[in-house]
Design a protein around this ligand. Structure first.
Ligand code: ADP
Ligand code: TYD
Length: 211
């Protein structure tokens, strides 16, 4: 019999430590003998990585919120078809750095209220939620300072500034209430190892309960 697959996502504002924690969780679970796929959005499959460059680089006004929503959904559909769903079907644990909750926030909330359209497209084209979502919560000023420290070219969203990040933080906390069955909130403004310990506890509790 094939082992049951699991789909775990990390969410939170830019610089909150999602990528760091996703990587550490993958290492931890591999150390315990689990078969783990670590991936990210936007991207995660060759086609979706091409779309990533389109949405994350360039002028902040490059796309309207609606066009952006279509691009992110197209990238996610490819990622889902080619990597995530096959891995879950094989019984692997998929850890994804951001997923549809980021679209609910960044496209659904940041420029007008597109949440209804985001949810409709999700239902139509993706049709699956994560089993567990870890929300790394922290003060946006601190997160932005960390994110800016990276000095990359993928700064379209980081250029929106602290005000947007404040809105995103509040939005993510509201989303955690809305989907309270799958969300776990973890305080990200602590040492990396301390946050990682809480992440491991949450995931262990989830894995034990899903047996
Ligand atoms: P995200 O994926 O949420 O944008 P990252 O994991 O890339 O965040 O972290 C952003 C920056 O902050 C990186 O330089 C990372 O090394 C650093 N960082 C991550 N977690 C912590 C932490 N708990 N304390 C201090 N710095 C951190
Ligand atoms: P990411 O590389 O995770 O950035 P960071 O490490 O700084 O958190 O994601 C890049 C940006 O893409 C981020 O600012 C949020 C945005 N984004 C959306 O707007 N919609 C989405 O659906 C996703 C997955 C990401």
């Amino acid at each position: 019999m094939t082992a049951k697959g699991h789909f775990i996502t990390f969410e939170g504002i830019d610089g909150s430590g999602k990528s760091t924690q996703a990587r550490m969780l993958a290492e931890h679970l591999r150390g315990l003998g689990h078969d783990v796929i670590l991936t990210r959005e936007p991207g995660g499959s060759p086609g979706a990585e091409e779309i990533r460059a389109l949405v994350l680089q360039g002028d902040p006004d490059r796309w309207s919120a609606e066009t952006e929503l279509l691009l992110f959904t197209a990238a996610r559909r490819d990622h889902m078809e080619r990597l995530i769903q096959p891995a879950i079907d094989k019984g692997q644990i998929v850890i994804c750095d951001r997923f549809a909750d980021s679209t609910r926030m960044y496209q659904g909330l940041s420029r007008g209220d597109l949440r209804g359209k985001v949810d409709m497209l999700h239902k139509l084209m993706i049709g699956r939620e994560p089993d567990l979502t870890i929300l790394i919560d922290m003060d946006p000023a601190q997160g932005l300072a960390r994110a800016k420290g990276r000095q990359g070219i993928e700064e379209r969203f980081e250029d929106f500034g602290t005000e947007l990040q404040e809105k995103m933080r509040a939005g993510f906390l509201a989303l955690a209430q809305e989907f309270s069955d799958r969300f776990h909130i973890i305080d990200g403004a602590r040492a990396v190892e301390t946050v990682a310990h809480d992440v491991q506890s949450s995931v262990q509790a989830y894995l034990s309960s899903s047996d």
